[in-house]
Design a protein around this ligand. Sequence first.
Ligand code: SF4
Ligand code: F3S
Length: 104
Amino acid sequence: TYVVTDNCIKCKYTDCVEVCPVDCFYEGENFLVIHPDECIDCGVCEPECPAEAIRPDTEPGLDKWLKLNADYADVWPNITIKKEPLEGAEEMDGVEGKFEKFFS
Ligand code: SF4
Ligand code: F3S
C-alpha cells in the first residue's frame, strides 16, 4: 500500500484524490489518509502530490504512518473531489515534524 505521510499535514493539496482509481482517500481536518486495505498499489497518486507526502510502505521507517493511515481511514469520510488547499499550505510545505508539532 501507499501511505500519506507528515508533509500532507496542514497543506492538504488534495490533487491525490482525483487520480486514485479505487477512491481510497479519507479526509480529516488537517490531512488525508489512504485506506491500506483498499489501495491497489498502482502508484499513480505519488507523483501528483505537490508536497511529496505520499510514499510506498516499502520504504523504511513508515510504521507509524501506516498505522495512522489504517486507523483514520476507518473513521474519516471518503474524499474523491479535489478542493482548495488549506490556508497557508505553501508556508507549511516542507516544515519538519508536523505531526509532533501539532498533534502532541
Ligand atoms: Fe489510490 Fe493507487 Fe495511490 Fe493506492 S497507490 S492510493 S490505489 S492512486
Ligand atoms: Fe496531502 Fe499531497 Fe494529497 S498534500 S492531500 S497527500 S496531494
